[in-house]
Design a protein around this ligand. Structure first.
Ligand SMILES: [Zn+2]
Length: 109
């Protein structure tokens, strides 16, 4: 999963196909995935945004705290509940006090 997320060059469909033991020709993607689209844009010179390295350690620690809080309360957490709690919404018992706001980082996701 981590290598899938970090791979910025290979066709996403090929990566998924390989994971499930299937062979997928990247030319059949027809620029439907972000990596193939990005490659075409770079070749055309229309410009794509350069990769930006971002330290998300503190955001991950906040999410871990929310999950630990949920575990201590024996609360089941869905992905939606987790994102809501991270953004200061949803169930009050899971919201973090004094946490960093995902702010601009969450908008870029
Ligand atoms: Zn692709």
């Amino acid at each position: 999963m981590l290598s899938y997320c970090q791979d910025q060059k290979s066709c996403r469909r090929s990566l998924i196909g390989r994971h499930f033991g299937e062979s997928w020709n990247p030319t059949e993607c027809h620029e439907m995935c972000d990596n193939c689209k990005k490659t075409v844009n770079q070749v055309d010179g229309r410009g794509s945004s350069p990769l930006e390295e971002l330290d998300i350690t503190n955001y991950c620690l906040d999410i871990l705290k929310i999950l630990q809080q949920a575990a201590s309360l024996a609360e089941r957490v869905t992905a939606i509940k987790l994102v809501d709690a991270w953004c200061g919404k949803g169930q009050p018992s899971l919201r973090m006090r004094g946490r960093r706001s995902p702010g601009s980082f969450a908008r870029r996701l």
